[in-house]
Design a protein around this ligand. Structure first.
Ligand code: 4AD
Length: 458
């Protein structure tokens, strides 16, 4: 029937102007006729009327099914997650009633092909994904729990955040590159390498694209990538994944101070872009009602000052002793400090021994490196970055100190041979950024299908 309206997307077209609404008491004209497709998010019956909340990934719509339609077999046996095609009139909700966007669809026809029906009874979706079920069980059902409002909300924010990073880098004229995931070098220590057989040779899943980004500087200027990184983390914490999305950038001819200002800019600009989208901002506000754009400049604290702060506040190290210079600040202590200070912190100048081989020393104090971690309340470290050693001899000595065979790194070392430069960069864990922004307890809820120790399904 060519007079049938074209199908509309609930969240998009319905907000647009072209679906004009009429008031219920406007008897002269009927509401605008629309056709929608979606799944039953919720349903409830009130006397002879059925109210269905339809979901299509763009939004939610209240559908009113009444009269003979409500008495049909398909209406009476309607189950959650069943897919439907519905035609009807969009109208304003009656005074006092509530619905998404203050509108509801008064159905005059609906269609449910047989194979669109979701099961009821024991196999009903509500039995597969009970909110009080154990984490592991819910993760086994991730393909179904993803249909929930919070789970899908985080994924929708994630999409917006990824686009915002691309936009923010584009504004600064950074170029995007795509380094390999299969590599033969380590970046962040041998303990977390995933090793595999590569046509008879040893190879690893990349821990970070940093070294490859550095090789792009001479010909492309500032570069960035948004790629997967892999770590064989052998602990189950709420902020460690085996596979995570790493937003990494590398900047040429800069100072350490330039690096810090840039990280601050990119994080704030991304948040600004994301919050400018009302649909996304609404999702963030729902999950994280207290969210406010962070104040700039971020607090800057040297590692040695953090050690003093931890001692002063009686927060011990992992052995239960007061912190001392040279200690790795463990996750728990770091988070307690960040939560008490309750604002973003740039923690800088870590001792060389507890940081990666490639970090350059601070000119004013050779014990420490020009390194930075950005810490956020609720999550802790979100960003790790540094200036890089740009002197050939110094880098060779660093390989030796770390017991790394320089041979596999010839392509990285060559950067110090053919036109070296003061440069630096950072990596931001997208899932940690989202856990902070959407106030999620764990990074596991901030990726589509989380991978961590012993979990590789679905
Ligand atoms: O501090 P990291 O290990 O730094 C690097 O990999 C540098 N090579 C990056 C660079 O300078 N280009 O990791 C950077 C960030 C961390 O702050 C954290 O947000 C995230 O990556 N990250 C993880 N996120 C989830 N699960 C893990 N196992 C992670 N390991 C690091």
């Amino acid at each position: 029937d060519p007079s049938l309206p074209a199908a509309v997307r609930i969240g998009l077209d319905e907000v647009g102007d072209h679906i004009k609404l009429r008031k219920l008491d406007d008897t002269e004209s009927k509401g605008t006729r629309v056709r929608v497709f979606g799944r039953v998010h919720r349903e409830r019956k009130q006397k002879d009327v059925m109210f269905v909340t339809l979901r299509d990934g763009y939004g939610f719509m209240q559908v009113v099914i009444s009269g003979q339609l409500a008495k049909t077999y398909d209406a009476v046996t309607l189950t959650r997650e069943t897919s439907m095609e519905i035609l009807g009139e969009m109208r304003e909700v009656p005074a006092g009633a509530r619905a998404p966007l203050n509108r509801e669809l008064h159905a005059d026809f609906f269609k449910i092909p047989k194979h669109w029906k979701a099961p009821g009874g024991d196999d009903a979706i509500t039995n597969r994904v009970q909110a009080d079920a154990e984490q592991a069980m819910l993760l086994d059902q991730r393909h179904l729990t993803l249909r929930g409002e919070v789970a899908s909300g985080v994924m929708i924010v994630r999409d917006a955040v990824e686009w915002a990073f691309n936009q923010a880098y584009k504004e600064l004229r950074f170029r995007k590159v795509s380094p390999p995931a299969l590599v033969q070098t380590q970046v962040e220590g041998g303990a977390t390498l995933f090793k595999f057989d590569y046509y008879g040779e040893d190879a690893f899943l990349t821990q970070s694209s940093q070294l490859y980004l550095e090789t792009c500087l001479p010909s492309m200027g500032h570069v960035y990538c948004i790629e997967k990184s892999f770590r064989a983390e052998k602990s189950l914490t709420r902020r460690h994944l085996s596979e995570f999305t790493h937003v990494e950038a590398e900047l040429d001819f800069i100072t350490f101070d330039d690096l810090l200002s840039h990280i601050e800019h990119i994080m704030c600009r991304v948040l600004e872009i994301v919050m400018a989208d009302p649909v996304v901002a609404d999702k963030i506000k729902t999950m994280n009602p207290d969210f406010k754009l962070p104040e700039r400049p971020f607090m800057r604290m040297k590692y040695s000052e953090a050690i003093d702060w931890l001692v002063k506040h009686d927060i011990p190290n992992e052995e239960g002793q007061p912190h001392a210079f040279g200690d790795d600040i463990a996750e728990a202590a770091e988070r307690r400090m960040t939560d008490i200070i309750n604002r973003p912190i740039f923690l800088t100048h870590f001792p060389a021994e507890i940081k990666s081989f490639y970090m350059s020393k601070a000119p004013e104090d050779a014990r420490v490196t020009e390194s930075v971690d950005c810490l956020m309340p609720g999550v802790g470290e979100i960003v790790g970055g540094s200036m890089r050693m740009d002197d050939y001899e110094e880098l060779m000595a660093a390989y030796k100190r770390e017991g790394i065979d320089p041979e596999a790194y010839y392509w990285y070392t060559d950067q110090r041979k053919y036109g070296s430069s003061p440069h630096g960069g950072y990596g931001l864990g997208l899932e940690r950024f989202l856990a902070w922004l959407c106030k999620q307890h764990t990074v596991r809820d901030c990726c589509l299908y989380p991978r961590y120790m012993h979990r590789c399904k679905p």
